[in-house]
Design a protein around this ligand. Structure first.
Ligand SMILES: CC(C)(COP(=O)(O)OP(=O)(O)OC[C@H]1O[C@@H](n2cnc3c(N)ncnc32)[C@H](O)[C@@H]1OP(=O)(O)O)[C@@H](O)C(=O)NCCC(=O)NCCS
Length: 174
């Protein structure tokens, strides 16, 4: 276990997560505002293999598997990005598998991830970038203590059209 919330454990990914992880990422509702479209078993295998030699806090993205404590099922993932040019700057990302939506799991995971990251690493600031149409994700960040700092209009080319981008942040010292 790397960190926990009242109902979730955040841990390293392993081969046992493959089927549930691929099913989550291949779900078009989960992928709606994400960088991927369609996710194969081969994609899942290389994703899990690429994490095997990494540790949280390494420069770049590290992804944590989220497991529900009550039933031991894979519930989603969350990621921490450490800026390779300045390790005091972090970013986060997260997904919850659809059967677990709207039960407060993402809020628990994001709040605990931020707490873990500020405690464990020398982070000054953690940000999250969200498509503002992703209202559930915006709500998660607000509930987890992130403040909306920016709304960039039609700033990203996303699936054939310009999309807005909202930036939320939490600072170590508030
Ligand atoms: C966004 C996501 C992580 C939320 O996970 P979750 O576990 O359902 O989130 P929570 O239950 O902690 O909170 C969801 C909040 O959004 C609200 N919400 C859910 N769907 C909504 C919608 N369509 N419109 C407005 N609010 C919505 C819920 O009511 C809840 O707010 P509340 O507690 O004030 O009632 C999940 O939907 C997901 O994995 N989406 C796909 C991946 C993704 O978009 N990740 C984020 C990328 S930035």
């Amino acid at each position: 276990m790397i960190f926990e919330t009242p109902r979730l454990v955040a841990r390293h990914f392993g081969p046992r997560d493959l089927a549930a992880f691929v099913a989550m990422r291949d779900d078009p509702e989960v992928a709606r505002y994400q960088s991927w479209q369609g996710f194969t078993e081969e994609d899942g295998r290389s994703f899990i293999a690429s994490l095997a030699s990494m540790q949280p806090g390494d420069p770049g993205w590290f992804q944590f598997a989220l497991e529900e404590k009550a039933c031991g099922q894979f519930a989603g993932d969350c990621g921490l990005f450490i800026d390779p040019t300045d390790a005091r700057l972090g970013r986060i990302g997260y997904s919850i598998t659809r059967p677990f939506w709207n039960r407060g799991f993402a809020t628990e995971a994001v709040a605990a991830l931020a707490g873990y990251a500020f405690t464990r690493f020398d982070l000054h600031r953690i940000t999250a970038s969200v498509d503002p149409r992703n209202t559930a994700s915006c709500r998660v960040l607000e509930k987890a203590g992130f403040l909306k700092e920016a709304h960039f209009r039609r700033s990203e080319w996303f699936r054939g059209a310009w999309a807005d981008d909202a930036v939320y942040a939490r600072l170590r010292d508030g």
